[in-house]
Design a protein around this ligand. Structure first.
Ligand code: URA
Ligand code: CA
Length: 434
């Protein structure tokens, strides 16, 4: 096989065989196919697309390019959740203990990553003593015993995707549905999930800005999952404004604790119950979506999901007393209120700009080497549709810097107030099933 012939074949809109796709991914991973040929190939995919069969083959070729996590020693059906990313998305911190408390095994491998806030691990590390440096056997034992554990990403997972994603980033080929869908799905499958629940975000703060694009991506991922034997479904949820109120690491841990107490923001609670019900159903712990939801609501009401959180934290060295006393979480030196300059209704909270404001306070990493300030961040006091009076607080800013003028300016520019009544955006747009 020659790469040049395969580029030509895709360029002309023909379908590649399984063997041809495997040849390309193997050759690119081991370096025998150079970046310039792979660039031409991804551009051909960008314009010609890929059939459903090609997408599944590409995904599995990337899965097979590196290590795969073996979760077979964990009892039960392992359901993983993946979000395509948003601002202040606290769902993982809530969903883990929530579904674990009704018996769904949560074996989470997580990373740190770049972004407006840290990743799940950074957030959890705001609990004093909590750590994810546990070995594989301990990880598996903890999931079997407590139904939940988190381990830091290790091993060589989907090296083909790592290389390809970096190449796409500099060749204007990130934005291709078959490439995005196979990239995301390959990582989930390599991480060992039996079933996958996808939270595909839509709106200004999301990777996909329109409902049409989000739907297309969701469908593509659901088909890949089901075609390779992993039951997969997707929810399309709103990310035109940040989710919940808190954006920041310790602040989001507190928000997750509140939500598990039944006192969390309405949107975050609803999204977690929706995603969680599908996870419980896929894990075959309930016979219907209605039953699954009732189990989760009960676990919040009777305190069992909060108890699961405490056991999870203390099993990995964390001080579980933060659950009853969140003031033991890292606290910022200063707080400031962003006061509304006029009366009206909140009409817009531009999610990614507000995320950037949190990052300016130190809540996220700009580069891999940046230090995270776990205490820093924002708590929204108003969401889209809320009435506001001049002088009322729109946002509380938590900072270890004394001067937050730049942050305030950015927030004023991106939180709009209208004199007319505004309807809040719909939270859950669609469910996509195989
Ligand atoms: N996120 C991924 O992991 N891969 C993509 O291609 C796009 C977003
Ligand atoms: Ca939040």
């Amino acid at each position: 096989m020659r790469m040049v012939d395969l580029i030509e074949k895709k360029r002309d809109g023909k379908e590649l065989t399984t063997e041809e796709i495997q040849f390309i991914i193997k050759g690119y991973t081991d370096g025998s196919i150079p970046d310039y040929q792979m660039s031409a190939f991804t551009m051909a995919i960008y314009f010609q697309g890929m059939t459903e069969r090609e997408r599944a083959d590409l995904t599995m070729a990337m899965v097979e390019s590196g290590d795969q996590i073996d979760l077979s020693k964990i009892e039960g059906i392992k359901v993983d959740k993946h979000s395509t990313g948003g601002v202040g998305d606290t769902t993982t911190l809530v969903l883990g203990p929530l579904v674990a408390s009704v018996g769904v095994p949560v074996a989470k491998m997580s990373g740190r990553g770049l972004g407006h806030t840290g990743g799940t691990i950074d957030k959890l590390e705001s609990v004093p003593g909590f750590h994810v440096e546990i070995d594989n056997n301990t990880f598996i034992d903890l999931v079997n015993k407590n139904k939940i554990a988190v381990i830091s990403q290790s091993g060589n997972l989907t090296p083909a995707d790592k290389k390809l994603y970096a190449l796409r980033d500099v060749t204007a080929t990130v934005n291709s549905i078959p490439l995005i869908a196979s990239s995301i799905m390959s990582k989930k499958i390599a991480a060992g999930a039996d079933c996958i629940v996808l939270d595909v975000k839509t709106g200004a703060g999301a990777f996909m800005k329109t409902l049409e694009d989000s739907r297309e991506l969701a469908r593509a991922m659901v088909r890949i999952g089901n075609n390779v034997g992993r039951k997969t479904m997707a929810i399309i949820s709103d990310m035109s404004q940040p989710l919940g109120f808190a954006i920041g690491n310790a602040l989001e841990v507190k928000e997750a604790i509140d939500t598990l107490k039944g006192e969390g923001p309405e949107d975050l609670t609803e999204l977690c119950l929706t995603l969680g019900s599908h996870m419980v159903l896929l894990a075959q712990k309930a016979n219907s979506l209605t039953e699954a939801r009732q189990m989760l609501e009960k676990a919040i009401q009777n305190g069992s999901s909060l108890e699961t959180l405490k056991v999870f934290l203390s099993s990995q060295g964390g001080d579980a007393s933060v659950v009853d006393d969140p003031s033991k979480l890292p606290q910022a030196k200063y707080t400031f209120e962003l006061e509304a300059k006029e009366d009206g209704f909140v009409s817009e909270i531009v999610a990614d700009a507000v995320g950037t404001a949190a990052m300016l306070l130190g809540a996220g990493r700009a580069t891999k080497e940046s230090e995270i300030d776990l205490a820093a961040g924002l708590v929204l006091r108003k969401k889209i549709g809320d009435q506001v009076k001049k002088g009322e607080s729109l946002v509380t800013i938590y900072s270890n810097f004394e001067n937050v003028n730049e942050v305030k300016e950015k927030l004023y520019e991106n939180i709009k107030i209208s004199p007319e009544k505004v309807n809040p955006p719909k939270l859950i747009h669609e469910e996509i099933t195989g």
